[in-house]
Design a binder for this molecule. Structure first.
Ligand SMILES: Nc1ncnc2c1ncn2[C@@H]1O[C@H](COP(=O)(O)OP(=O)(O)OP(=O)(O)O)[C@@H](O)[C@H]1O
Length: 442
């Protein structure tokens, strides 16, 4: 049974949805130019942004070469259809004026390249939205997210490469993992590679492994991430930052599903699904020659855009409740907190929201579950000193208490993510994990 919750007090309703909903709709019709007659209907069943361009994955794909690969985006907005120029080479014009962002209404004409487009209001339309309020670990009840869920289910069942796009903190990695977990590969490994985290000279051995003696310091042979992810999914984060010299090698690995370790001479077969993410506009990277188009075609078989949190405000209260509960907040998050959060811009997106919730809980705002202190009150150091223990035992007690509180706090601040908590603590992941198990935290 889906959860029923209606919080009209915050102006946001997270009610198990009516499966059908009504939205406005607009047709974008090519009225002059090489693609005259082509049109695209933007309604509530479209992705949050519908792209115009000559790139292969644009919904409104045109052959006009004076239009950039991903030239502009259309999105339904209150009172009209919003057009946003995506830093195109030749610009987007409304009534002869170059625009970067404009609200269009019925009958308006947009010009780009050698083409003109007419915007036709197509009336209110009824569309179906998924009734789900989450997709695995990815939580979201806004129309923008519920529109995505059926596509995510289809992608999870398939084995095609996927590219997830979105600003930092929008949940790209969480979504990749959710797709993996909902896929037939769920029992296999989910392995993460961040293209920005490894020096360019080490990327090859990281991805494909190396043989003993392949380079100074290669004391033993080692499997690369492609092999480690065999039978599962390899998530390549920040794909747009992959060094150009590595791009043909990655293409070969993805096309043939075989890798050769650095310093090795045999090709090793792998069975690894690739999901990649980027905060960069890959079309622009391709257009500007920084990213190979053949690799782009191979990986962007399916493309998902995760809208920024400020573009799906309907999720703010829902996510706040989710994190509040997950991070140990007592009862419901305070009403004032929800109101304040709903007004904030969230440039750091969901990561920023999760951190804000954990700060509220950790810093003892209303409705916060009390931290279990050793005796329930007072300064832990004073309490241990008052026991008049021998020095080594007193020191161990205080250290244990410090470690316990430190680990708990940093884990809370980083949403339980051990890797990030270890980084923030400035200690190795392995040592941090030892601390976690010593303090009995998850
Ligand atoms: N829809 C969601 N529901 C629940 N938790 C989410 C959701 N989206 C993101 N998160 C959580 O927010 C944090 C940031 O998400 P994630 O790391 O997946 O973002 P990202 O887009 O990959 O960020 P970056 O581009 O910086 O790598 C994670 O702790 C993740 O679990």
């Amino acid at each position: 049974m889906p959860r029923m919750q209606d919080d009209t007090s915050t102006g946001i309703t997270t009610r198990t949805p009516p499966v059908r909903t009504t939205t406005s709709s607009y047709s974008v019709v090519v009225v002059t130019g090489p693609d005259v007659g082509t049109s695209f209907l933007v309604d509530g069943s479209s992705p949050a942004r519908v792209y115009l361009g000559h790139g292969p994955t644009c919904e409104l794909k045109v052959s006009d070469r004076r239009i950039s690969r991903r030239h502009a985006a259309f999105a339904l907005a209150e009172g009209g259809l919003r057009v946003t120029d995506l830093d195109s080479t030749n610009g987007t014009f409304v009534a002869g004026v170059r625009v970067f962002d404009a609200l269009l209404t019925d009958g308006e004409i947009v010009t780009a390249g050698e083409s003109t487009f007419r915007i036709d209001a197509a009336g209110a339309r009824e569309v179906s939205l998924s009734a789900a309020e989450s997709f695995g670990r990815v939580v979201g009840a806004s129309a923008e997210m519920r529109r995505l869920y059926p596509l995510l289910e289809t992608l999870a069942a398939s084995d095609v490469p996927v590219v997830i796009e979105g600003e930092t903190g929008t949940g790209k990695e969480a979504l990749a993992e959710a797709i993996h977990e909902a896929s037939p590969r769920a029992a296999g490994p989910f392995v993460v590679f961040d293209c920005t985290a490894v020096a360019p000279t080490l990327v090859e051995s990281e991805l494909f492994g190396h043989e003993r003696g392949a380079f100074t310091g290669a004391m033993a042979s080692r499997k690369g991430l492609f092999e480690q992810a065999d039978g599962g999914t390899l998530f390549i984060d920040e794909l747009g930052d992959l060094d150009p010299t590595m791009q043909p090698k990655l293409l070969r690995a993805v096309e043939r599903m075989e890798v050769r370790r650095v310093g090795g001479d045999k090709w090793i077969k792998v069975n690894t699904r690739i999901i990649a993410a980027t905060r960069r506009d890959l079309d622009r990277e391709v257009q500007d020659g920084r990213f190979r188009d053949d690799l782009f075609f191979r990986l962007a078989v399916a493309r998902i855009e995760l809208p920024p949190l400020r573009a799906r405000r309907g999720d703010i209260a829902h996510l706040t409740r989710h994190f509040w509960k997950r991070l140990g907040g007592l009862g419901e998050p305070p009403y004032e907190l929800l109101r304040r959060f709903e007004r904030m811009p969230w440039y750091g997106n969901i990561r920023e929201l999760a951190n804000a919730v954990s700060r509220c809980i950790a810093l003892g705002e209303q409705n916060v579950q009390a931290e279990p202190a050793p005796t329930g009150h007072g300064d832990a150091m004073e309490e241990v000193l008052a026991l008049d223990l021998p020095y080594p035992r007193a020191r161990d007690r205080i250290l244990a208490e410090f470690e316990n509180r430190y680990v708990k706090r940093v884990l809370t601040l980083h949403n339980g993510n051990v890797t990030r908590a270890a980084e923030a603590s400035g200690i190795g992941r392995r040592y941090f994990t030892t601390l976690v198990s010593r303090t009995g935290k998850p």
